[in-house]
Ligand binder design. Structure first.
Ligand code: PLP
Length: 421
């Protein structure tokens, strides 16, 4: 029996999502941009209906949604699109139309300062490395570490969260964009986005939120979060791979960013290219299912996650949890468990488990081909041996309690085998 517990990396396509997609992959193959005939108009109508459904699922309105190829592209569009817009002099401290049309604008007004967090996904960190090479300044905030709750620690807070005081102290007069993830893909830590948004807006900057891990695991509303830009990926909530969305705020203070991809002018010119009609329909269906099922599924995944931890902690000496406490769904994703096993080489354990048909991950999937310890685990204060001794588990709608019991047995056996060697 193969068991899939790597749901932060990707999730299984829900059969109901496939069902909704199939007509658009077969008979209804029109181009949503070619509306001079019925085939095209049907595709256009499907896309616009999906836009309404997806927007409603995240607390947005349809005209605030730009469909993309996934969270990586959405993140690139949010960050590079904001940077490019600033280069045109139309953002930062208010909207100065006169200034944007001044031809001899000095460079110091075109470059600026961006803030992010050490535990962000590489889609954010690597994009910001590029932005730094373009001449902008980037500050990477630290997060609260393991042990930071101990009396005597000078930095006290929830493991994996940033300090609001440190955020406030990091602002510069030219800070124009802050990028913070909603929930972490390795340790499941949840940032206090509404409080962060309040500080960012008080400073006159924009807030981008990487929401890839949130939908279907916690309530996600861009309006409650007060995000200006927010990135989503369908395959993280049982939708298809290769489709995502960027939320661009239009209500209240409208956000303006530049496109990265030019051409046919689709998505109001924000993202040219023929639309992936089946993918978009699938993402909307998946989002609807994620929101409708959340109360039941969140409780179920949390129970399974707690069960795995209980079984592992009973059978394995020297095992510990990485990240925030499991008992508070406001600070840790209900479907996440990340543990370290003293004296074990995670890569060897992973190899044993994988031979047993158990799919889990050490560190993030995106960096797991290289032996480097996870930057997230290092950021919460683990040393590289501890980081390498860590395993990440992600639960989903399709995980069963039989699978959890079986996984715990295989992991305990794997650890025992490695320790005998
Ligand atoms: C998966 C993930 C991404 C990248 O999403 P893709 O759609 O696979 O490009 C970005 N950020 C986080 C937090 C993720 O979990």
């Amino acid at each position: 029996m193969s068991i899939y517990l790597d749901n932060h990396s990707t999730t299984r396509l829900d059969p109901r999502v496939l069902e909704a997609m199939l007509p658009w992959l077969t008979d209804h193959y029109g181009n949503a941009g070619s509306v001079t005939h019925e085939m095209g108009r049907a595709a256009r109508a499907a896309v616009e209906s999906a836009r309404e459904i997806f927007a409603a699922s995240i607390g947005a309105t349809a005209r605030e949604i730009v469909f993309t190829s996934g969270a990586t592209e959405s993140i690139n569009l949010a960050i590079l699109g904001s940077v490019s817009r600033r280069g045109l002099g139309e953002q930062g401290q208010g909207h100065d139309f006169q200034q944007s049309h001044r031809p001899d604008q000095p460079d110091s007004q075109k470059t600026g300062h961006l803030i992010t967090v050490a535990t962000e996904h590489n889609a954010v960190l690597d994009t910001l490395d590029h932005v730094e090479r373009l001449g902008h300044a980037v500050t990477q905030l630290p997060v609260f570490q393991e042990q930071s709750w101990l009396p005597g620690s000078h930095r006290q807070g929830v493991v994996g969260q940033l300090s609001l005081d440190e955020l406030t102290a990091a602002f510069r007069p030219d800070t124009f964009l802050v990028s913070v993830m909603l929930a972490n893909n390795e340790i499941g830590s949840i940032q206090n986005i509404p409080a962060i948004a309040q500080r960012v807006h008080a400073h006159g900057a924009l807030l981008h939120v990487d929401c890839a891990q949130g939908l279907g695991r916690m309530p996600v509303s861009v309006s409650t979060m007060e995000a200006d830009l927010a990135s989503f990926s369908a395959h993280k909530f049982h939708g298809p791979k290769g489709v995502g969305a960027l939320y661009v705020r239009r209500s209240g203070r409208a956000v303006r960013i530049d496109p990265l991809v030019f051409g046919g002018g689709q998505e109001r010119g924000m993202r040219s290219g023929t639309l992936d009609v089946p993918g978009i329909v699938g993402m909307a269906t998946a989002a609807q299912l994620a929101v409708a099922g959340l109360p039941v599924e969140a409780a179920r995944m949390r129970e399974l996650r707690d069960m795995l931890w209980s079984l592992l902690s009973q059978s394995i000496e020297g095992i510990a949890i990485n990240g925030p406490p499991l008992n508070d769904p406001e600070v840790r994703l209900v479907n996440n468990l990340n543990v370290r096993v003293a004296g074990i080489e995670g890569e060897s354990l992973l190899a044993t488990l994988s031979a047993d048909g158990l799919a889990v991950s050490s560190g993030s999937a995106c960096s797991s081909e290289s032996p480097r310890p996870s930057h997230v685990l290092l950021a919460i204060g683990l040393d590289s041996d501890q980081a390498r001794a860590s395993l990440r588990f992600g639960f989903s709608r399709f995980t069963t309690s039989d699978e959890v019991v079986e996984a715990a047995t295989r992991i305990a056996a794997g650890v025992a085998r490695l320790r005998r060697l």
